[in-house]
Write a protein that binds this ligand. Structure first.
Ligand SMILES: Nc1ncnc2c1ncn2[C@@H]1O[C@H](COP(=O)(O)OP(=O)(O)OP(=O)(O)O)[C@@H](O)[C@H]1O
Ligand SMILES: CC(C)(CO)[C@@H](O)C(=O)NCCC(=O)O
Length: 407
């Protein structure tokens, strides 16, 4: 990787049109990238992008370009940050930052970055790519990203209950207040009252990192998706102690608990006289997923109740669009709120922070980029006036789905 230290970062040797604005969200588990490519750029095509990022099962949208450019998404495990640096270098994405407008003669490039890694890895980016990270607040970026997606992107939010996915019609004029629950390594719960108006009201350390960390230790799974996949075939009742296990098969109706309600996650393991090897990895994965998702659903509901919020949007890469995870969270919110509150999920669940960092470029005195807080959602491919970004979504949601834009 040492050769990356000698990469040219001479902005003036690159025509403006070739610059792809890059923003990063460097979290405890994953690094998320959002970058903009204009169609006249020398950006690699989607096949090349896919092959470069295939270790994470990434895909990208194959649809034909219709507007001025695309927002691209990519992610890497934080523990494999060198792969990420290689990717940025090979795509020349590090040239897509901004220059200090108070010192026009400076050739120093700044890249917008958020998440704890923007602090932790700042020196590494400087050393390997010759760029400085311009740090943006993580919570602010999450909120900016969420507001942008909810207002601008068609069919971004959806409910998921009993295997049924239903897209929500969000009126941008009736969006606030809502609770944003970002499930990353840890979980942040943010009450959002408007653009830039928010408060982090709660959090829990029992998050995606807990599921993946404990799951790895208990099942020997090699990657996160394998652990998630395992949970499909599992039966949590083998390990979880149910109300019926305690009450001789009957409900505890007086307090509203059915016999099948989990009374104690992993509770059966105390009395079964079995060791870890006696349990199937798929059952462990299922119990673990249920435990974490239920707990987050319950804490979220309690915070929604605290502030009288009816809508809870769940994001973060823990969710992975996974049916059982979303179903468990939805059931928990529905159960505890007696149907009063609603859980919703986002198609670009893991990229809120990176999108927020990307949008913070508009604070800089850039010649070529202003991100527009789009006032309307339908239609979204409005013609561009000035240097605004307008976005439209197409294709089904996946990791590296791109968003059509004009700048
Ligand atoms: N390929 C993957 N590798 C590791 N974890 C994954 C993967 N895909 C999904 N996950 C899950 O997503 C979580 C990370 O989500 P996310 O990227 O939103 O958070 P983060 O930014 O890394 O964390 P934090 O915000 O707490 O620093 C992991 O802890 C894990 O549960
Ligand atoms: C520390 C952060 C904000 C880093 O993204 C996240 O991991 C988190 O919200 N953890 C939960 C911490 C807590 O509130 O208990």
């Amino acid at each position: 990787m040492d050769h990356l230290a000698h990469v040219s970062n001479q902005p003036n040797s690159q025509p403006q049109s070739q610059i792809s604005h890059l923003a990063l969200d460097i979290g405890g588990s994953l690094i998320k990238l959002v970058y903009f490519c204009r169609y006249d750029d020398n950006c690699r095509d989607d096949d090349e992008l896919r092959s470069q990022n295939e270790s994470l099962g990434s895909e990208s949208d194959n649809s034909r370009p219709v507007l001025g450019g695309k927002l691209h998404f990519a992610k890497f495990e934080t523990s494999k940050i060198n792969d990420c640096l290689e990717f940025i270098h090979s795509m020349k994405l590090h040239l897509g930052g901004f220059h200090d407008c108070t010192a026009p003669s400076s050739d120093k490039i700044f890249i917008k970055a958020t998440g704890g890694g923007a602090y932790k890895f700042a020196d590494l980016f400087k050393e390997k790519l010759g760029v400085s990270l311009d740090k943006e607040d993580e919570m602010e970026c999450l909120v900016t990203g969420a507001n942008f997606l909810l207002k601008a992107v068609h069919q971004e939010a959806f409910t998921y209950l009993d295997g049924q996915k239903e897209f929500a019609q969000i009126d941008p004029n009736d969006l606030y207040p809502y609770l944003l629950v970002n499930i990353g390594s840890g979980v942040s719960m943010i009450k959002v009252d408007g653009d830039g108006k928010f408060e982090r009201v709660s959090g829990t350390s029992l998050g995606g990192g807990t599921f993946w960390g404990l799951g790895r230790l208990l099942t020997k799974c090699k990657n996160f998706d394998e652990l998630l996949e395992l949970s499909h075939q599992g039966n949590n009742r083998v390990i979880d102690m149910l109300v019926g296990d305690i009450y001789g098969g009957t409900d505890y109706a007086k307090i509203g608990l059915s016999a099948t309600t989990i009374a104690s996650s992993f509770g059966k393991a105390i009395s079964d006289n079995k060791g870890l090897v006696d349990y199937k990895p798929e059952d462990i994965s299922r119990s673990l997923l249920r435990m974490i998702s239920n707990n987050i659903g319950q804490i979220s509901y309690l915070n929604a109740l605290r502030f009288g919020l009816k809508r809870i949007f769940f994001a973060g890469f823990f969710i992975r669009g996974h049916a059982y995870t979303m179903d468990t969270i939805s059931v928990a919110v529905n159960f505890w709120s007696k149907g009063e509150a609603e859980a919703m999920f986002l198609r670009h669940e893991g990229f809120l922070g990176a999108l927020g960092a990307f949008m913070s470029y508009e604070k800089q005195c850039l010649d070529g980029l202003t991100v527009n807080k789009i006032p309307q959602r339908f239609p979204i491919s409005v013609s561009s006036a000035g240097n605004k970004i307008y976005c439209s979504m197409n294709g089904k949601s996946n990791d590296n789905e791109s968003i059509e834009c004009t700048v």
